[in-house]
Design a protein around this ligand. Sequence first.
Ligand SMILES: Nc1nc2c(ncn2[C@@H]2O[C@H](COP(=O)(O)OP(=O)(O)OP(=O)(O)O)[C@@H](O)[C@H]2O)c(=O)[nH]1
Ligand SMILES: [Mg+2]
Length: 407
Amino acid sequence: MQKSYSKLLGIVGKPNTGKSTFFSAATLAPAEIANYPFTTIKPNRGIGYVRTPCVHEEFNVSDNPANSLCMNGIRLIPIEFIDCAGLVPGAWEGRGLGNQFLDEIRRADVLLHIVDASGGTDCEGRLCRLGENDPLEDVKFLEREITMWMANILRKDWPKIARTAETESKDLATMLEERLSGLGIRRAHIFEAIRNSGLNADKATFWSEDDYLKFMNMLRQTAKPILIVANKMDLPTSEANLERLKKSNRLVIPICAEAELALRRAAEKQLIDYRPGDCNFKINTPEKLSESQVKALEIIREKILLDAGSTGVQEAINTAFFKLLNMITVYPVEDLERLSDHMGRVLPDTYLVPYGTTARQLAYIIHTELGEGFIYAVEARDKKRLGEDYMLRDRDVVSIVSARKRA
Ligand SMILES: Nc1nc2c(ncn2[C@@H]2O[C@H](COP(=O)(O)OP(=O)(O)OP(=O)(O)O)[C@@H](O)[C@H]2O)c(=O)[nH]1
Ligand SMILES: [Mg+2]
């Protein structure tokens, strides 16, 4: 698999909320899971998947996936995951494993904030009575920590940047981009944050401390979008907290990471048929399962899958990419008749690209030469010629005609 992990998803939150359980379930990589804070000290990295219905059924062909997987009609597109160390209040000032945590999310495109929806862990991740902790406070705290961290990185230079933007030819966005590119912050993020905060970028020396923090908060929202993942939905106090989280006007996905982990482990051993994100499973080999294992699986089926429709883990990953990052899937091919690449592999690759990507930009993503020599593209369904500015649609199968081929 090549080129496909261009996106990085950060799994964040205070200690003991189920980050490593989520990570293990999503990636099936071994990660220590235990009932105490700071189980994860070194970042765990692994590959998980975005799920989408594959186009091969629509075209009535069988496929030979290369950069992704296809499981009975479901395309799984690989994404890099990072399981971050638990974040405690004051991390931006260096408390706990604070700086390490914040360093880990520098490269992340999107964050999944794993929250203990049951309210059974306090603000530092220690176990407490169910319902005692308020998960909405955890959500606000994490947002603030990241905003303060970003604000702090720039604070020393801010007066000079603001002055230069007013008196010299260099504009604010250019200077901020130079200073913040290490955090994965791009020009488009900066423009959006300026627009959304309603501040005057030409008069930055007049910004108050509150204005500065407001801008940083907007920048965090655009550059590091956060999906709230309400974990431990199997516990009785979680439902009421989920409703409160949803009312706070944030995107929230309820999950049970432990159930997903159990299902994926059983599926890995081929004890059950279960694809990530499915709403049910089939027991393949009842003779290989103990009575208590069957019982545990049936509880998951009844209490989680039939009730909620899925464990939510796959939905959380998909929501991060399709809703927060607004991505679409496209299938580049070389031979439009066979829908294959030059090796004869049918529908080999699926790319996740931002909505708004043009045919030529896709060509560049695939290979620089393909982009440079771009002549036109053709979509497999209606076979019309598409110019370089054609905006790709979700599930497009495109062939790019270029004057230059891969070296
Ligand atoms: N009831 C319930 N418990 C869960 C669920 N997911 C995880 N847990 C439990 O929560 C505890 C913490 O899980 P971890 O995955 O180690 O948590 P973490 O967030 O990685 O913790 P740190 O690495 O210390 O930051 C463990 O006892 C898990 O079994 C769930 O869906 N339901
Ligand atoms: Mg952990």
